[in-house]
Ligand binder design. Structure first.
Ligand code: MN
Ligand code: MN
Length: 463
């Protein structure tokens, strides 16, 4: 019997709808409430080190303890492993044997930012500056003329560590990178956008007062070093063993008259770190062992011993397997993973870079990217049809609002995530995360309902 014309589209077409129309008032209130704590997390965790510290604090409050190698764990046990203070893995042991596979979510906690060079301090025309080397993919001009805060550590030769955080408290000073006034920018304005502010022009303004006393050379640099010595007991040479970084000083805040969005530095990818963290906390008795990874170094290609190209995850799985003498490859082979990372949200001001049918939209829920990469699916893994069917079924049966997305038009550009490195470990993996506007800028924007639905996706995945 032919389907009547007034029903046929309803039956056969793939339909999507804005979350604000799909969610009940109660669900919307829950989503908005969830985002209040997320904003605090963003403000407290602006670097990967701070994210690890804050996350461990939350984990320990919820009964997670440091992983012990060789210990046999029982269902419901909660462990975490801190890798060099910059990457973190936690797990809640499931009721099934490890060889049935793990449920893994992997977010990254590093974000694009402005790092100091090893020998950064200089004075020019009685102004003191830091030389910097940016980290991750940024549009450099966006990082001038915004208030910046300083974060990081200085480790002295004797091993003592000084933790630095200046510019987050309202009473602290902030820092900034200067830009040329438009009146005198005729020559600069003829540069291309990418070249508008150059890497070596990203200099951090530090001070303008001279050290008082006898006429000395570099009096402003001297004064700055004296302030640092009095505050931290460090000298210029100590910068050689420091990790100091500058990030936007602004706090996360609601965006829009309807307060439907959050503007903040570092949604990519702390929005996935926070949602997968909350999801694992809310999973007390999982069937499959639930694993949340908080990785470093993603923004520069996951290279380094705290990034996902390292043996970090494999070593963690090995540690879980040791007591039972299980082969970790078998555990990994049967595991399923959400590479928890953000995607670009469609921006109607710049529609040309996207293909609308396959682009994530703000407010349409968690976004699943079957593949990323560029240039004919190069540099990416791709989720299989079978794994996509598993994910569809999981999310739809739990009423999670989700959508599919590609990172821009074919050949418009592209990008990658950790999915390919997880796939290399013989794990089924797909990217799932939150759509972001103005990604990698000092003020990224996400939708509160998308944040909440991403949390729900991880929660049902773990349960
Ligand atoms: Mn990311
Ligand atoms: Mn990124």
């Amino acid at each position: 019997m032919a389907i009547p014309a007034d029903q046929i589209k309803d039956k056969l077409f793939y339909k999507q709808k804005n979350s604000s129309l799909r969610m009940s008032d109660e669900e919307l209130a829950k989503a908005y409430e969830f985002c209040e704590d997320y904003k605090h997390y963003l403000d407290d965790a602006k670097t990967e080190r701070e994210a690890v510290d804050v996350t461990i604090g939350i984990l320990e409050k919820n009964g997670f303890v440091p992983l012990e190698y060789g210990k046999k764990y029982a269902a419901g046990d909660k462990v975490y492993y801190n890798n060099r203070g910059k990457a973190l893995i936690c797990a809640t042991i499931g009721s099934r044997p490890l060889t049935d596979g793990l449920r893994i979510a992997i977010a990254h906690i590093d974000c694009p930012r402005i790092d100091l060079k090893p020998n950064p301090l200089y004075e020019s025309s009685e102004l003191a500056y830091f030389k910097t080397h940016y980290y991750g993919g940024i549009k450099k001009y966006q990082w001038t003329t915004v208030s910046l805060s300083a974060h990081g550590v200085i480790v002295k030769k004797d091993g003592t560590k000084v933790t630095v955080c200046i510019g987050e408290d309202e009473s602290d000073p902030a820092f900034c990178i200067l830009d040329l006034l438009p009146h005198l920018a005729r020559e600069q304005s003829s540069r291309t956008l990418a070249d508008g502010i150059r890497g070596e022009e990203l200099n951090i303004l530090l001070g303008s007062n001279c050290y008082r006393g006898d006429d000395i050379s570099e009096p402003v640099k001297t004064n700055i070093l004296n302030i640092l010595f009095e505050k931290y007991g460090v000298t210029e040479e100590d910068f050689l063993s420091a990790e100091l970084t500058f990030v936007p000083a602004a706090k996360a805040r609601d965006i829009g008259l309807d307060r439907s969005m959050i503007g903040a530095y570092g949604h990519d990818d702390r929005v996935c770190a926070y949602t997968e963290l909350m999801a694992i906390l809310d999973t007390s008795a999982p069937e499959y062992t639930a694993v949340s990874v908080f990785a470093d170094r993603e923004e520069i290609g996951s290279i380094g011993n705290t990034g996902m190209r390292s043996e970090l995850l494999r070593n963690f799985v090995n540690a879980l397997c040791m007591a039972e003498n299980l082969p970790s490859w078998l555990v990994l082979q049967n595991s399923k993973c959400f590479s928890a990372d953000v995607s670009a949200a469609f921006d109607p001001t710049f529609p040309d870079v996207c293909e609308f049918r396959n682009t994530a939209r703000l407010g349409y829920g968690a976004v699943i990217m079957k593949y990323t990469g560029s240039g004919g699916k190069s540099g990416t893994s791709e989720a299989s049809a079978e794994f996509m069917a598993f994910v569809r079924s999981l999310l739809d049966s739990n009423n999670v609002i989700w959508q599919t997305g590609e990172l821009g038009k074919v050949d418009a550009g592209g990008g990658g995530t950790v999915a390919q490195f997880v796939s290399d470990m013989d794990v089924d993996v797909v990217d799932l995360g939150v759509p972001v506007l103005s990604m990698h800028s000092p003020l990224e924007v996400v939708s509160k309902t998308d944040v909440y639905n991403t949390y729900l996706a991880f929660k049902y995945f773990f349960e």
